[in-house]
Design a protein. Structure first.
Ligand SMILES: [Ca+2]
Ligand SMILES: [Ca+2]
Length: 150
């Protein structure tokens, strides 16, 4: 009887821990990630993530970067994704979510180049770079990645 109760509790704990991420999000370490199946401009997709009670992904370590790029390469269906950083406030000063400094970066060689003076949002593209970082025009409609910390 007591053993049955214990196994029932363990089963409940296992189910609960496996269900911590919102539907469609993928767990990695202490965060849940959603690789979108829709596209939008940078401000539009930031709003999508907020609607899903998350934010555009903040990539703050090599481990997180490897997960994001690995997932995009193996399972992603989109050629490009928005990440959650811009240099909108001051040209050349890249901030996560408009506030946090970048301690980790993984730019494609020769990026960010602020091409034609109008690239202020961070994206990753499969073509040529296998999802290394690039600055791009914010109003282009791209897929995106949302993150929700546990
Ligand atoms: Ca720029
Ligand atoms: Ca660029």
């Amino acid at each position: 009887m007591r053993l049955e109760l214990l196994s029932a509790v363990l089963c409940f704990v296992a189910t609960a821990s496996g269900a911590r991420c919102p539907l469609g999000f993928h767990l990695h370490r202490r965060s849940c990630y959603w690789f979108s199946n829709v596209k939008g401009s940078f401000p539009e997709v930031a709003a999508y993530c907020r609607y899903l009670e998350s934010h555009l992904v903040v990539v703050s370590s090599a481990v997180e970067d490897s997960f994001i790029r690995g997932y995009a390469i193996r399972r992603g269906k989109a050629p490009m994704y928005w990440l959650g950083a811009t240099d909108l406030n001051i040209e050349g000063r890249w901030l996560w979510e408009g506030q946090r400094r970048m301690n980790y970066t993984h730019w494609n060689p020769r990026q960010p180049d602020n091409y034609r003076g109008v690239e202020h949002c961070l994206e990753i593209a499969k073509a040529a770079s296998n999802y290394l970082w690039n600055d791009y025009v914010c109003d282009q409609p791209l897929h995106f990645i949302c993150e929700k910390e546990l």
